[in-house]
Design a protein around this ligand. Structure first.
Ligand SMILES: [Zn+2]
Length: 172
């Protein structure tokens, strides 16, 4: 049985639990989370989120791609969020992947995509790069609170990564 069929059947039986009558689409906590799609990241448990609290934007790597910025822009400009949290992780599938081999495999199928795989060698450096990009993205009107975390799926530890352009936070 395809997973999609199981999912549909389960959802059909749980409409009462899934319904959120009257819940605002505007994130209650004013946060948008950009995170890797990795199965081991349970963002709701990790960040203490409830349904309705935050936008969750996920892609391979949790990278600040053009499309992630599109979603964050919608989140801020149309739905009122003012804070961004980026979550990458140790052991990411993009860590040490080969940009060239991936491109060659696509090219062999006649595909020349406009996007790149986003392979990286250093998760913290890559996260810092994303933070710098987001802080300089004028698509986002609220850029004072943009923070970056790396999760270790083995230990469960979440650590913060700071970038050089980060504003001082003297009260922490
Ligand atoms: Zn990942």
């Amino acid at each position: 049985m395809p997973a999609a069929d199981e999912m549909l059947e389960l959802a059909r039986g749980r409409a009462g639990d899934l319904a959120a009558p009257g819940l605002s689409p505007r994130p209650r906590r004013g946060v948008a989370v950009l995170a890797c799609m990795d199965t081991r990241l349970d963002l709701f448990a990790m960040l203490g989120l409830q349904r309705g609290d935050a936008h969750i934007i996920r892609n391979a790597g949790g990278l600040a791609t053009d499309d992630a910025i599109r979603s964050l822009s919608v989140s801020q400009r149309l739905l009122g969020t003012t804070e961004v949290v980026v979550v990458m992780h140790d052991g990411c599938g993009l860590h040490g992947a080969s940009e060239d081999r991936f491109a060659q495999a696509l090219a062999a199928d006649g595909i020349l995509p406009s996007w790149r795989l986003g392979a990286f060698e250093d998760v913290e450096a890559t996260l810092r790069h994303s933070l710098v990009r987001l802080r300089s993205s004028r698509e986002l009107p609220a850029r004072e609170q943009i923070r970056g975390f790396v999760f270790n799926p083995e230990s469960g530890v979440l650590r913060e990564v700071r970038s050089e352009d980060e504003p001082e936070r003297p009260n922490r």
